[in-house]
Design a protein around this ligand. Sequence first.
Ligand code: MTE
Length: 297
Amino acid sequence: MNFKQDLRWSDVTPQHLFLNRRQIIAAAAALAASPALAAGYSTDETPNSFEDITNYNNYYEFGYGKEDPAAYAGALTTSPWKVVVDGMVDKPGTYDLGDLIAGLPIEERIYRFRCVEAWSMVIPWQGLQLSSLLNKLGVQPGAKYVAFETLVRPEEMPGQQGGSIDWPYREGLRLDEAMNPLTLLATGLYGKPMPNQNGAPIRLVVPWKYGFKSIKAIVRISLTIKQPQTTWNMLQPNEYGFYANVNPQVNHPRWSQASERVIGAGLFGGRKDTLMFNGYGDQVAGLYAGMDLAKEY
Ligand code: MTE
């Protein structure tokens, strides 16, 4: 995969999307202050349009249709926002989001995004490395996993008034996956605060895993010894495993994962082969050395 060190979303974004100059300047300052970016984590592929990224979403708290989140998530109150930190951590507590991430560098990263439904996009995120937050909180020896939960607020999230999901939406990572520098807690995209339908005010982004790992609207982060339960694994364990690594060789029981439909490339234009670990193998394959990824899917 081609990583291009200096590409910013501003290199590939039409001028009219530069809405909030103050925020862009702040992001640029954070970038300048962040040596981590020198390693170059962004793909040089062209991002999808803001329109595509914010109107074709999965967010079952707001309905099952791809356009439901854009239609209904606007009503969600995202400020104030509290995050509970608990489990095997030196500084547990209930934090105001601003306090929780204060002082942590926000970076811009253009990542591939591969949905388990065999479609893909390229998304320019802003976010902080999850590792920077975990280091600030102090992970205790013995912790092996990080568990996340989404807000439960049925009065603002109509999808939570019924359906088959046992709310809250939950996800988890092994600690070494969480500490990998690719793993972000994203706070925005295209230089703007995170749109509600994409998981405001803060959501996970793990680019080598299927999109469902990227839990939105996080209100709880727990450091655990035991592998946490995850929403899709609880719903359909034979279809969605804990790891959820993008793997073109392991088909979903009901469809192939060998290729993906590229959103925004037109009805007939865009299919491409899916890459192992979504193209991030150089960075993450070592995490799974010795595991049988057909069994641990
Ligand atoms: N997070 C919550 N809380 N609820 C959800 O339904 N859907 C997941 C994931 N995070 C989901 C969620 C799925 S299936 C995908 S593919 C991605 O969010 C979609 O992210 P996007 O809408 O920003 O593309």
